[in-house]
Ligand binder design. Structure first.
Ligand SMILES: Cc1cc2nc3c(=O)[nH]c(=O)nc-3n(C[C@H](O)[C@H](O)[C@H](O)COP(=O)(O)O)c2cc1C
Length: 154
């Protein structure tokens, strides 16, 4: 399967998880590419008008993994703006994950995941897996679990 791992990552945490996912999925025989969503300039957490330096295209992929940080108890403004501008996701298998700093999924993790799911579903995509990595709590174990879980989806 041709899988695009599309991430926004401000301080490289989410990007490093994406790289680990790529290694595993590639080892399992998938064609896998990590692409970064890059804003033009600094973007405050709740910004509405986001401009992009890089906005990866998704049409070439059969399946997508979206990853982003939680910021201000929500999905990062950059990823929110990027995902809202995506074309149809009809017939695509999708998994979503976020990384976050604060303990507990309810300090923005659950909300960010439900924002991602809602946008994907509004574009006809099917979200078949989700995950939350709390960066300061057992992250090594949680990353291994996430990678195992996601590699079983495709
Ligand atoms: C501006 C800002 C706001 C943040 N807000 C939250 C938050 O509301 N909840 C949380 O758990 N972590 C929060 N964090 C921590 C990040 O989600 C966490 O460090 C994440 O792993 C960063 O991912 P990245 O390195 O891919 O950007 C925030 C970080 C920044 C810089």
């Amino acid at each position: 399967m041709n899988i695009g791992i599309i991430v926004h990552s401000q301080t490289e945490h989410t990007y490093s998880v994406a790289q680990t996912l790529k290694e595993k999925l590639s080892a399992e025989g998938h064609s896998t590419k990590v692409e970064r969503v890059i804003p033009a300039g600094d973007v405050p957490p709740r910004a509405k008008n986001v401009k992009f330096e890089s906005r990866p295209e998704v049409d070439v992929y059969d399946a997508l993994i979206f990853g982003a940080p939680v910021q201000a108890f929500s999905l990062s403004a950059v990823m929110t703006a990027y995902m809202r501008r995506l074309p149809s996701l009809q017939d695509k298998k999708i998994a979503c994950f976020v990384t976050k700093g604060l303990p507990f999924n309810w300090t923005g993790g659950n909300r960010a995941i439900s924002q991602m799911k809602k946008i994907c579903q509004s574009k006809g995509g099917t979200v078949i897996g989700t995950g939350i990595i709390i960066w300061n709590k057992n992250r090594e174990i949680k990353i291994v679990e996430l990678v195992e879980q996601f590699s079983g989806l495709f």
